[in-house]
Design a protein around this ligand. Structure first.
Ligand SMILES: [Fe+2]
Length: 322
């Protein structure tokens, strides 16, 4: 790792999108506590499909959260790699939700999720060759036209590759971002999971991704099964992933970071400790996560309110970790 791996927290916008700081996924077990305590995290990421067309309690929570924090929408059903026609109705509804919650950006995965109108609810790997690249570039451009904003696409974790692949995943993702003019959500845990499963060098992957296109980083836990790794999102971030995170963060000179925890979801305080650890990993001089509570950053150390790039109504509270 170079000296750049402990850069200060940056503020540089990416592709016009703001640096939001250190956030967590908005998950239903934490709804009540988030509303009542307004924890000191910088921003929340919400799974798009859980809130589209919903006017129930979940949507109420998202609306309240969006009044207080920047919100990013993260989808799992765009199926940008599918051979099916793009679902324009889905995109229209996604765009509506993004406007209603003033989403800072909208992301999904570089994958396909089904065909013939069926959604498998799995993020399936694509053949990585020039034909697929042309196909996905065209679809990303169409989706961006419908959404009237740049998409941000995430590298998925995977468990198989195609024998006809002619491009490495990092080559495909870098070319896609440049040719479709979209952003990248670099999931550092996914890079590590796939690197073990397929036997590539995760450092080479991260160094090949154009830093200027990385709008966001994901961190998560995984499960090592001996012969392979499952991307389970059910525990704290692994030490090797922290190393790779410092490398990726340093290359971007600071970019929005989010901790995902989707299975065996812990109390909000544990998730909060993990996001504080993410900040500590890339910031010199900050204290350990273990001595900071959910209100860290709300008191004497709290920053002045700032406008997170239009994602927040003017005057709304801005809480930053410190
Ligand atoms: Fe992710």
């Amino acid at each position: 790792m170079s000296g750049a791996d402990r850069s200060p927290v940056g503020t540089e916008p990416r592709l016009g999108y703001p640096h939001l700081g250190f956030g967590v996924g908005l998950r239903s077990p934490h709804f009540q506590e988030v509303l009542e305590r307004e924890p000191a995290v910088d921003w929340f990421e919400a799974i798009s499909e859980n809130y589209m067309d919903s006017r129930g309690f979940s949507r109420h929570v998202l609306d309240r959260v969006a009044e207080r924090y920047p919100v990013v929408l993260h989808g799992v059903s765009l199926s940008i790699g599918s051979a099916d026609p793009l679902d324009l109705d889905y995109l229209t509804r996604l765009g509506r939700l993004a406007r209603e919650v003033s989403a800072a950006w909208v992301s999904d995965h570089l994958c396909w999720t089904g065909t013939l109108g069926k959604n498998t609810h799995d993020l399936l790997p694509m053949p990585l060759d020039e034909d697929t690249l042309r196909h996905v570039v065209s679809r990303v451009r169409t989706a961006q036209d419908v959404l009237e904003r740049r998409l941000v696409l995430e590298n998925p974790s995977s468990y198989l590759t195609f024998s006809g692949d002619t491009l490495a995943e990092w080559e495909f993702l870098a070319a896609l971002a440049e040719e479709a003019d979209c952003g990248i959500l670099l999931d550092v845990n996914n890079v590590y999971v796939s690197s073990v499963n397929h036997g590539f060098d995760p450092v080479a992957y991260i160094e090949a991704i154009p830093a200027s296109r990385i709008v966001q980083i994901h961190l998560a836990g995984h499960t090592h099964c001996g012969t392979h790794i499952l991307d389970t999102h059910d525990g704290p971030v692994n030490d090797r992933v922290w190393e790779l995170y410092r490398l990726a963060y340093g290359r971007t000179r600071g970019v929005s970071t989010l901790v995902e925890w989707d299975s065996r979801i812990p109390p909000l305080s544990a998730l909060h400790a993990e996001v504080l650890e993410a900040r500590r990993q890339v910031t010199e001089g900050s204290g350990g996560a273990e001595d900071r509570g959910l209100d860290a950053g709300r008191g004497e150390g709290a920053q002045e309110p700032r406008d997170p790039g239009g994602a927040h109504p003017p005057g709304a509270a801005w809480v930053e970790l410190s």
